[in-house]
Design a protein around this ligand. Structure first.
Ligand SMILES: [Zn+2]
Length: 322
């Protein structure tokens, strides 16, 4: 492992000198890549800290005691991520550009483990975390070329969350601040996961040159729009906790084709901005209360009036909070 880590550091930190915006203080990019397992394969305290909010206390204690050295496939993912870090490093200025009022991570890092995490998640404030066990399970049959193509999109998605979390915390949209209001939670998720998934759909399967949506993207939108409008209308009508949990299901979980909230927003962002960072910045600055304007502009005409009513409702609810 240490030999590999040395190799990763050479690859990611020494040979690379990726420019980042913001002047001389941040003129180099050197992602820290840490395989957070000890010599016996137990997770290190850094990994346990990263997964603390994702598992219950008993599970966390069990994971802490369980040696699980990397499998062959997990090690292959580790190596591919080490290589993919180069492209991600180079793309960081592009990823941060739409966040004009956010100070980005000073030293973004990649934390790798193999128990208790998700395929990609964040360890605040500066790290992207990846559970290699989840990668191995979720993408078991994926050919190597597709794995290589997936890695930069995954890293970019999670890095974008680091920026979004800073922005939402600074503008009154923290996770805690919307916890007791299902409709505001939904708006926050549309914003947070929609913009992060905009980086996930940066692929020829979804978006062509200039933000033109593919046939697959248009079919996915056609299937998800009625779900999105029905779920949001239900969430706006002060549902019980049980109904809210049902309505929020799959807003951003499961395969991309089923994420009824995140994927329409991501695809409409691609269509609306054509990749222009200033146009994306305007959506970031509109905050979760304004994100449904995308739906009003880009949804099928039959759904536009419904989305317009939801946007009005979102703006009224958001303004009452501030
Ligand atoms: Zn996400």
């Amino acid at each position: 492992m240490s030999a590999w880590m040395n190799a990763a550091f050479v690859a990611a930190c020494v040979l690379l000198s990726c420019a980042t915006p913001g002047g001389p203080a941040r003129d180099t990019c050197s992602p820290r890549i840490v395989v957070a397992l000890d010599a016996e394969g137990r997770p290190t305290p850094e990994w346990l800290d990263a997964i603390r909010d994702r598992v219950d206390a008993d599970e966390l204690a069990a994971i802490a005691q369980t040696p699980k050295p990397l499998s062959t496939d997990e090690a292959a993912w580790r190596d591919l991520i080490g290589e993919g870090a180069r492209g991600w490093c180079a793309s960081i200025p592009r990823l941060t550009a739409p966040f004009r009022h956010v100070t980005p991570p000073r030293q973004p890092g990649i934390l790798l483990g193999n128990q208790g995490g998700g395929d990609g998640f964040t360890r605040e404030p500066d790290d992207v975390a990846i559970d290699l066990g989840e990668m191995s399970r979720a993408y078991a049959n994926m050919p190597e070329a597709a794995r290589r193509a997936l890695i930069p999109r995954l890293l970019s998605h999670e890095y974008t969350h680091l920026l979004l979390h800073r922005w939402m915390d600074a503008t009154g949209w923290s996770q805690e601040s919307v916890a007791d209001d299902p409709f505001l939670r939904a708006l926050r998720t549309l914003f947070n996961e929609g913009i992060a998934n905009y980086r996930s759909v940066d692929h020829e399967r979804w978006v062509g040159a200039g933000g033109v949506l593919t046939q697959h993207a248009r079919e996915t939108l056609a299937a998800l729009q009625p779900v999105m409008i029905e779920r949001l209308q239900g969430l706006a009508a002060h549902p019980s906790a049980e109904d809210a949990a049902r309505l929020l299901r799959n807003i951003s979980q499961g395969p991309l084709e089923r994420k009824w909230g995140a994927i329409p927003i991501a695809l409409w962002l691609a269509e609306d901005t054509g990749g222009d960072p200033d146009r994306l910045a305007a959506w970031v600055e509109a905050q979760p209360g304004g994100i449904l304007e995308l739906a009003v502009r880009h949804a099928d005409p039959q759904y536009s009036p419904g989305f317009a009513r939801l946007l009005e409702h979102a703006r009224a609810r958001a303004s009452r909070r501030h």
